[in-house]
Ligand binder design. Structure first.
Ligand code: NAP
Length: 263
């Protein structure tokens, strides 16, 4: 996939279907460069992601100016605008698996399928350490795509959770070991991994050094309270913080900042 990124983007169907040229042009997503008018070049955005290598893990969060991804009650529809929602669907189409935490399933009951552009469905992966989610959530019963439920090893006894296959993973602090999750998925042939939230999940993978890229779309709203995006252990000095190289893209009224964590 690394050898011909533009062709790979086309092959994965992002230039066709409901999110195709006409739709993109109508949304102002089809032409121009990253700046300054809010247009994005799809190859400029997506081809480097395909060129990272055969194995990669990219996370995304959409947040307010004050760093919130949802209200305190968990409402997050929608923090960011339609361009960012479309971007999430394109990312699903380009990646082998889409990963979310238990909190996101509990609050959003998301389908995690590719609907706004064409492309293959990614395998859906839900992380729920203590296996608290019941089988009534859509991902466990709708049969729309292959689904994996990752729990602590001691909670994985029965191999199925609704339609989902249950896989036990070793614990790491309060949750599951991010590196073990990445290795298990890669060993199953799921090599391109997209984490779609929420904040706890993305933060754990970032803290564990598992992410190749982190995309944060910032929307011009101030929630003032609610669920945070990235939360990491405290540092004493600003010399101890992450200062990654970044790429920036205008998504309509929002700005997406992509952090290049291993480059
Ligand atoms: N704006 C956005 O981009 C966006 C995206 C997604 C979701 N959301 C919103 O964000 C909220 C949910 O986010 P959240 O941060 O509260 O929760 P979350 O990240 O969706 O889920 C957190 C839970 O997932 C499990 N988990 C995640 N990573 C784990 C790991 N490495 N090991 C073990 N367990 C892991 C844990 O479950 P246990 O505690 O059971 O162990 C943890 O409490 C919802 O309101 C949703 O609507 C917003």
């Amino acid at each position: 996939m690394a050898q011909l990124p533009p062709a790979a983007v086309r092959e994965r169907g992002l230039f066709n279907g409901r999110g195709g040229h006409g739709a993109r042009r109508a949304q102002g997503l089809d032409t121009g460069d990253r700046d300054p008018d809010g247009h994005i070049d799809l190859l400029d955005l997506y081809a480097p992601l395909l060129a990272i290598g055969p194995d990669c893990m990219v996370a995304h969060l959409g947040q307010s100016l004050d760093g919130r991804i949802a209200t305190a009650s968990g409402a997050s529809h929608y923090v960011t605008g339609p361009e960012d929602i479309l971007h999430n669907h394109r990312m699903r189409a380009l990646f082998d698996a889409v990963i979310v935490g238990a909190g996101t399933v509990r609050h959003d009951d998301p389908q995690l399928t590719v609907r706004l552009c064409s492309g293959d469905e990614p395998v859906r992966v839900v992380i729920d350490t203590e296996r608290r989610l019941d089988t009534g959530f859509g991902v466990f019963g709708d049969g729309a795509a292959e689904t994996l439920l990752l729990t602590a090893v001691d909670k994985a006894a029965s191999g199925r959770h609704g339609n989902a296959e249950v896989i036990g993973i070793e614990r790491w602090g309060k949750g599951l070991c991010p590196a073990a999750i990445r290795k298990m998925l890669t060993d199953r042939g799921l090599r391109r991994l997209f984490i779609e939230g929420g904040g706890v999940t993305v933060s754990r993978f970032l803290e564990a050094g598992c992410l190749d890229r982190l995309q944060i779309t910032i929307a011009p709203l101030i929630i003032g309270s609610g669920r945070p995006g990235i939360v990491l252990p405290q540092v004493e000095s600003l010399s101890d913080v992450l200062r990654p190289a970044v790429r920036r893209f205008r998504f309509g009224a929002d700005v997406m900042v992509e952090c290049l964590l291993h480059e």
